[in-house]
Structure formats: structure tokens, C-alpha cells
Design a protein around this ligand. Structure first.
Ligand code: 5AD
Ligand code: SF4
Length: 495
């Protein structure tokens, strides 16, 4: 874990008078509560002869992973030892609700925590994230998971230190002491809170929050709220500080990065933001996630084409190949428009890997519609595609539409998956025998003599090497393609 906090405009906790009234301004108010929490931690240490341990478990997407780094940053700042072991003194689940199986996983893991809490009655259990924005979930936790101590949502994540202070001050636990703080929305973006990074050499950066698209299957606009962009100068300042701290690759995060900047007082396009990020000296690679096809501009394609730092990977969610289904999904593009866009990208930037998300079993989808999806997969030739079975989300327009029988969905899903695997294998293999730059990320999980890294186009490569290569960009010969990854050997260190 790598603490970014010292590189922000951080407030020194030693200079805070915790006997004074809490400030009303942010982030000062949160630092005040961090100082309060730190007193609690010191007290714990004296009584138990050890530091308290905290564990943050993340479900869901990169947005959630980044949020968890912020939560861990605060926990570390107040003195907790961060662990991955859920038998900790403070356990926080950062939840996802994009599909129902994400919710079921959270309930399952929560059931397991009950036993740990019985063994350690002083343990505190907290829940946050997208799933907590659903009133039915809160109801269920209040009645069936009464051992939970603290619940907050996506809009008040910045208030975590304040909520933690209240939670720690409480001696009792269970329903009577359950703190629940959920907001319906916010315009607020609080800067300069501490962050704890998972990797020293790469980092996610939020450039915007929320989503305005309202695809008819999707719960995200309801749980993450309306689109809000961060100020470009804040984003650039954050990246500059990360680079000074050793980061070489950044991933700009937003539900729909292509509409970045539209709601700022001084509007700027995503392509313009990328051009500014490109200027940051020492930064080697720029990634971003996710692009909505309807908003992907020619300006962006040109900027990507000319850039030396923007990675050759574009995640361009298709969702469905049938224009009729796309319309019912409220995606606002047709099959032909999507294909034309993909063709334009292939023409302008031939080495760009395109990946996608596909949903099978959207209400009303027929086997003929699924064939249209398969047709798009064959034509675009994705390097990878995440294929999901449609999951009915309460409150979304699609939940009220007629659902497809399970066996029909399953048959379509298997067919789509098989097509994705076949085309991806072919597509990924096109670089076999050539040399590419690879950013080394870790020692291989299964073989300590190998390291694992990523090409600019996001393909994984394993090759002989040691931990000293982690964080470096090296030239690797791609010897053998194994479906979604390569085995290779290092040629030399890239500059
Ligand atoms: N059911 C299945 N998949 C969904 N996704 C979003 N909502 C649903 C749903 N209700 C998928 C989309 C999106 C990805 C993050 O999750 O493909 O791009
Ligand atoms: Fe899950 Fe979607 Fe929320 Fe990410 S944005 S945490 S995938 S519901």
C-alpha cells in the first residue's frame, strides 16, 4: 500500500484542536474527525497493546476500487493497520448492485461476518457503496443483519471520517446503534482527502461522477446520481503529484468519460483534457474507462491517434447488436452507427484493441436479435468482451418489460460467449512473434519465476523476470499466444 496523502494539500492532524467545535468547511471538517478517530485509535493501542486492524473489501468496478483507496487512506491516516483479513476490528464492504448476483455475494459474505463478530464483539461492521442507495436493501439489513454498525452511500463517501468517529464513539452495537446515513444526491466534490494506493506505479483518477444516460436496464444513474465533472486543474494537479510519487500509468475514470466537462462552468471536452494530461512530464501511459459510443467524437479519435501516451485500448460497450433492442435499451445508436464507429477507429488507429460489454436476455430479445449481436462481434473483432446475463433491477424501466425465459437466455448467452472467445483468440494472437512494451505489474501468482505485465492494448503478458521489474516498462517478445494472454521473454528495458 502506498500513501498518497503526503502529496496532497493535506492537513496535519497534530495541528487540530479536537476540543474546539468541528469546522463547517470541507475538507477541514473531515480532518477534524480524523483527529478524533486517531485519539480513539491511540486509546485502543494502549488498552490492547496493538494497533486496531481494518479491512476494506471491494465489490464491483474500478470506480469502487478507487473509492476503496480513499476509504483506506482515511483508515490508515487515523492509525489503523490495513489488512485483507476480514477478522479485523473494522470491516467495511464497498458494495456493487449493477447485477443481482453482486447483491447476493454481499449478503453471503455478510452472513460469514456474523460469526467473526460473535468471536470479537468489539468488531465494527460497515457497509457503503451503490447497493446501499437502494431503500429495499437498507430495510433488509435493518431486519436481517442487525449486527451491522454503520451504513452510508455513494454521495457522502467524503464524510467517512465523520461517520467513523460517531461509530467508534458508540459502545453498544446491533440495531439500536446502527448508524444509517444515505443521501439521495449531491453536487458536491470534496478534494484533498487522503488516499491509499494499491499499486505504486499506476493509479485510477476520478474525472467525473454519476451518469445521465438512463439506459433502461441500468441502475447506476439511480445509485450514483447525476453527472458531475471534476475541475481540470484539480485532475491535473492530482496526476502531477502522482507522477512525482512514481506513478507512470493513470486510468481516468468515469461512467461516461466522453461527456466529461460539459457541465463545468468553463466547459472543456474530454479530448482537450487528454491533451493536457499528455503534457505531464514523466507520465508514460494514459488509459480511460468507460466510453459511450454515442458520445465518442472525431476529435477524440484524432487526439488518440496523435498521442504517444494514450494506450491502444478502447472499451466501447455495445450491449446489444440489434437496433430494435438498442432502442428499447435507450442506447441512442443503431447497429449501423456502432459498426461505422468501430470501422472508423480501426481505419484511423489500426493497432487499437477494442473491448466491450454485452448483455444477453434483455426483455423482448429474440434468438434473431442475438444473431445480430453475434454479427457485430464477428465484424468488430473484439480483443475481449464481458458478457452478462440480463439482470432485472427494481426501479429501472426494463424491469417492467416482459422478461425472456431463462432457457432462451442461457442458449443465447452460450452462443455469444463462444463467438467472443473465438474472435478474441484470433484477434489477440495477431501480434505473435513481435516485440512490444509491457508495464510489469506483479510477480506471477502461480509461478514465482515469472512476472506479469500489460501491453499498451491491455493484453496480459507473462515472462521470466523478478520483482525488481515491477513498475518498469520493458520490451518483451511475444512468443506464444494462449487465448487472452501471451508468454514471452524480455528483450531489454524500454526507455
Ligand atoms: N443486467 C446485466 N448487465 C448489466 N450491466 C449494467 N446493468 C446491467 C443489468 N441490469 C452491464 C453493462 C455495463 C456493465 C458495467 O454492466 O453491460 O456496461
Ligand atoms: Fe457496481 Fe456499477 Fe456502482 Fe460500479 S458503478 S460499483 S459496477 S453498480
Amino acid at each position: 500500500m502506498y500513501n498518497e496523502a503526503t502529496h496532497h494539500n493535506e492537513i496535519d492532524l497534530d495541528k487540530i484542536d479536537i476540543n474546539a467545535a468541528p469546522p463547517t468547511e470541507e475538507p477541514e471538517r473531515q480532518y477534524y474527525f480524523m483527529a478524533k478517530c486517531r485519539e480513539w485509535v491511540k486509546d485502543f493501542e494502549q488498552k490492547n497493546d496493538r494497533l486496531p486492524k481494518a479491512c476494506v473489501t471491494t465489490f464491483g468496478c474500478q470506480m469502487n476500487a478507487r473509492d476503496s483507496e480513499k476509504l483506506e487512506g482515511i483508515l490508515r491516516k487515523v492509525g489503523y493497520e490495513i489488512t485483507e483479513d476480514e477478522r479485523a476490528d473494522f470491516v467495511l464492504f464497498n458494495t456493487c448492485t449493477v447485477r443481482d448476483n453482486a447483491n447476493q455475494r454481499v449478503y453471503g459474505r455478510l452472513g460469514e461476518l456474523k460469526g467473526s463478530k460473535r468471536r470479537n464483539p468489539n468488531m465494527k461492521i460497515a457497509l457503503c457503496g451503490c447497493m446501499m442507495q437502494e431503500p429495499s436493501v437498507i430495510e433488509k439489513i435493518r431486519t436481517s443483519y442487525r449486527f451491522v454498525d454503520l451504513i452510508f452511500g455513494t454521495h457522502n463517501l467524503y464524510k467517512f471520517a465523520e461517520l467513523l468517529a460517531t461509530c467508534l464513539a458508540q459502545t453498544g452495537y446491533g440495531e439500536a446503534g446502527m448508524i444509517i446515513d444515505i443521501w439521495e444526491g449531491t453536487d458536491r466534490i470534496v478534494e484533498d482527502l487522503p488516499v491509499e494506493r494499491k499499486y505504486p506505479f499506476k493509479s485510477g483518477i476520478n474525472i467525473m461522477f454519476g451518469c445521465n444516460n438512463f439506459c433502461s436496464y441500468c441502475i447506476v444513474p439511480y445509485v450514483r446520481g447525476r453527472e458531475r465533472s471534476r475541475e481540470p486543474k484539480e485532475i491535473l494537479r492530482e496526476i502531477e503529484k502522482l507522477v512525482a510519487d512514481g506513478v507512470v500509468e493513470v486510468m481516468l475514470l468515469g461512467q461516461n468519460v466522453n461527456s466529461y466537462g460539459k457541465n463545468l462552468e468553463e466547459p472543456i471536452t474530454f479530448a482537450q483534457l487528454l491533451q493536457e494530461v499528455e503534457q505531464i512530464e514523466g507520465l508514460k501511459r494514459i488509459r480511460f474507462m468507460t466510453s459511450h459510443p454515442k458520445d465518442l467524437s472525431d476529435e477524440l479519435i484524432q487526439v488518440m491517434k496523435e498521442s504517444k501516451k494514450i494506450c491502444r485500448h478502447l472499451h466501447l460497450p455495445l450491449q446489444a447488436g440489434s437496433t430494435r433492442i438498442l432502442e428499447a435499451m435507450n442506447r441512442r445508436y443503431t447497429k449501423e452507427q456502432y459498426l461505422a464507429l468501430a470501422e472508423k477507429i480501426r481505419r484511423e488507429i489500426p493497432d487499437m484493441a477494442i473491448t466491450t460489454d454485452i448483455i444477453v436476455g434483455f426483455p423482448g430479445e429474440t434468438p434473431e436479435d442475438v444473431e445480430e449481436t453475434i454479427d457485430v462481434i464477428r465484424r468488430v473483432k473484439y480483443d475481449n468482451a464481458f458478457t452478462f446475463i440480463y439482470s432485472k433491477r427494481t426501479g429501472t424501466p426494463a424491469a417492467a418489460m416482459e422478461q425472456v425465459p431463462e432457457d432462451v437466455v442461457k442458449a443465447g448467452f452460450d452462443k455469444v460467449l463462444k463467438t467472443v472467445q473465438d474472435t478474441a483468440r484470433e484477434q489477440v494472437a495477431r501480434y505473435q512473434g513481435r516485440v512490444f512494451d509491457v508495464l510489469v505489474e506483479e510477480v506471477n501468482e502461480n509461478d514465482a519465476n515469472l512476472v506479469t505485465g500489460r501491453m499498451s492494448n491491455n493484453t496480459l503478458v507473462h515472462f521470466p523476470g523478478g520483482a525488481e521489474l515491477i513498475g518498469q516498462i520493458v520490451d518483451v517478445s511475444l512468443d506464444e499466444c494462449h487465448g487472452f494472454y501471451y508468454m514471452g521473454h524480455m528483450i531489454n528495458r524500454a526507455t
